[in-house]
Ligand binder design. Sequence first.
Ligand SMILES: [Zn+2]
Length: 147
Amino acid sequence: MNTGARICGAQAAAFLDARLAIWQGRLNLANWKISLQVSHARDLKPKTMGNIHWDSQKRTATIRVLDPADYQLACRDALSDMEMTVVHELVHLELSSLPRSQASRHEEELAVNRIADALLRLDRQSGAATTSPTAASSPAAASTPTW
Ligand SMILES: [Zn+2]
């Protein structure tokens, strides 16, 4: 890992923890205990940027996000995309009380992509994201987060 990637990794943890708290509040998920786990590409399904596992009884969840070292992006763009993954997985959590079938999975994925994209756009338009990486572009189209 080069120095740049190491610095970005250190920034990522603090940045994502702060953003997670904000999004949990916005999505009314503050009563969940959610932990973030930065993961290498080899530990995620191919072509995915993250995933989430939850326990509804305990109200605990773990969100895995792709390690910035495994992004082929500048640090600020990687952080921006990682936040997108966090929001995406939180929307899945929001929907977790609904019935889910193999047939609904694909439709849920499409809906979650659209909702997460809209939320991030609103956030970045409003300028509320003062803690977000400066001049973050919108890499939504490039990302393919999953379950
Ligand atoms: Zn998904």
